[in-house]
Ligand binder design. Structure first.
Ligand SMILES: [Fe+2]
Ligand SMILES: [Fe+2]
Length: 196
């Protein structure tokens, strides 16, 4: 990857929407803070944050077609909710277009939307930064970010609990990966949660 300023300029152009670009910068900054607070590599966290949503605004037909072209593994949930494919595809774009070869960064980007049973420190940092960056405005965000700054696993449990209760109250289907992630962090899954 070339310098930070040149890279962020390219990301801004590639994303093509100011709000999504600002979110990406917010995630990069928040991931940097979380990494520093927990003795993890802040440089990796920043790169993962800046590049995590490169394909976020692609229409679902394009997400499905580009995933198939690259033979990405999709499960039934991904096919039913193509927006989530932006995570593994953004990792591919980071590799193809930005020269990122660091598998830890690419894995964190792949897992940032749904989580997974096995989450490294960097995976957790990016997942939390995406959910908790200051550009997002919802009840409890700042308190959960404070908690994550003190304790990553507790921050994960708080975000996962709020995701589960959102899904339960809206009758939304949960990805098997998010379910596995919640279980791995010891979060109790409410009975009314539907999963694919
Ligand atoms: Fe995303
Ligand atoms: Fe994001």
């Amino acid at each position: 990857m070339t310098g930070w300023t040149a890279t962020s300029r390219r990301v801004r152009e590639e994303i093509g929407q100011e709000a999504r670009f600002r979110h990406s910068v917010g995630v990069a900054r928040t991931a940097d803070r979380l990494a520093q607070a927990h003795g993890l590599d802040a440089g990796r966290a920043r790169v993962a944050g800046l590049l995590h949503d490169l394909a976020r605004l692609w229409p679902k037909e394009r997400l499905l077609a580009e995933a198939r072209r690259r033979a990405l593994m999709l499960d039934a949930f991904d096919v039913a909710h193509p927006v989530v494919i932006h995570a593994p595809l953004s990792a591919e774009l980071a590799r193809e277009g930005y020269g990122v070869r660091d598998e830890q960064i690419l894995d964190a980007i792949r897992k940032h939307t749904l989580g997974e049973a096995r989450m490294s420190g960097l995976d957790t940092v990016l997942y939390l930064a995406d959910a908790l960056e200051p550009g997002r405005s919802y009840e409890g965000r700042a308190a959960m970010l404070d908690l994550a700054m003190r304790d990553l696993a507790e921050g994960m449990r708080a975000v996962l609990r709020s995701t589960l209760s959102h899904h339960a109250s809206h009758g939304l289907t949960l990805s098997p990966r998010t379910l596995a992630c919640a279980r791995a962090f010891g979060v109790t899954v409410p009975k009314e949660i539907l999963h694919a």
